[in-house]
Design a protein around this ligand. Structure first.
Ligand SMILES: C[S@@+](CC[C@H](N)C(=O)[O-])C[C@H]1O[C@@H](n2cnc3c(N)ncnc32)[C@H](O)[C@@H]1O
Length: 264
């Protein structure tokens, strides 16, 4: 029997996650607690939009890779002229399509496509990689970035959300956590190096969210106190991000700019 490639494993894992209503997973987030997932979603987005400032503009054409269930798509699309969102997992694109329809957006195009095989019919002004690099092999990342380069405008920013290893080496999630998630957690330096080889210079990076330590006790709180805690936690997010001490991995945004001449 032929062994599954990294990309096959990722497709199967995310297709299954999209359909996994038995564990009550929030699609695209792998969170089981819907209230916490909503908190995380809001804190990630408010941190990002504050940080991006006017880098995202209404006349832009935006490419989102690894859009999952479309939770970012519906927030980003109203801020740009056109958004093309892709994902390797067909079931994720089904969910994204439902979400886009419910939001009444008419400037979004959705495609089932692996990043490394995506064909482009236009140049993009902004690229967002939604935590998909960690599901790809080194070879697939190299092919994908090579193709992308020819399809971005000269001053196109690239924003990538990645879970990075805070150890001094990459590791497969399955090495340290007992589940079938095929993620590879590379170090931030590995990402910087591969991006630089393809002409992208890292200009900024920041943590996307942290699980507030007190979240563990929230589950035991009466509902009314829970709501108050959630509001407080959201308000304290910038402080929590500053004080956070990651364990073996951290969720980070990386912002890159195109460099005129890629290094040889
Ligand atoms: C961690 S999820 C994030 C989904 C979404 N960006 C979000 O934040 O809710 C990673 C997504 O990347 C997709 N993905 C994995 N490998 C990919 C590839 N080679 N090309 C495109 N998408 C990929 C998965 O199917 C999954 O939907």
């Amino acid at each position: 029997m032929t062994e599954e490639t990294q990309e096959d494993q990722s497709r199967h894992f995310w297709n299954a996650a999209a359909d996994d209503t038995s564990r009550g997973l929030v699609p695209g987030m792998l969170e089981e607690d819907a209230e916490f997932a909503a908190f995380r979603d809001r804190s990630e987005k408010s941190t990002l939009l504050r940080r991006l400032g006017d880098r995202l503009r209404p006349n832009m054409s935006l490419l989102e890779i690894g859009c999952g269930s479309g939770r970012w798509t519906v927030d980003l699309a109203p801020r740009v002229r056109r958004l093309v969102a892709t994902d390797i997992a067909p079931r994720m694109i089904d969910l994204a399509r439902e979400r886009v329809r419910a939001a009444g957006l008419d400037n979004v195009e959705l495609q089932v496509a692996p990043f490394e095989e995506t064909r482009y019919d236009r140049r993009f002004d902004f690229v967002y990689l939604g935590c998909c690099l960690q599901y790809m092999s080194d070879e697939a990342i190299a092919v994908a970035l090579e193709r992308l380069a020819a399809n971005t405008t000269p001053d196109c920013p690239l924003l990538s959300r990645d879970t990075v290893s805070t150890l001094d080496r990459r590791f497969h999630r399955s090495e340290r956590y007992a589940n079938d998630d095929p993620a590879i957690y590379r170090t931030a330096d590995e990402y910087a190096a591969v991006m630089a080889r393809h002409g992208w210079q890292a200009i900024d990076s920041w943590p996307t969210w942290v699980k507030p330590w007190a979240w563990k006790i929230v589950g035991h709180m009466p509902r009314v106190v829970r709501g108050a805690w959630l509001r407080l936690a959201l308000w304290l997010t910038p402080l929590a991000l500053r004080l956070s001490r990651p364990g073996d991995k951290q969720h980070r945004f990386f912002l890159y700019e195109r460099r005129e001449t890629p290094p040889t």
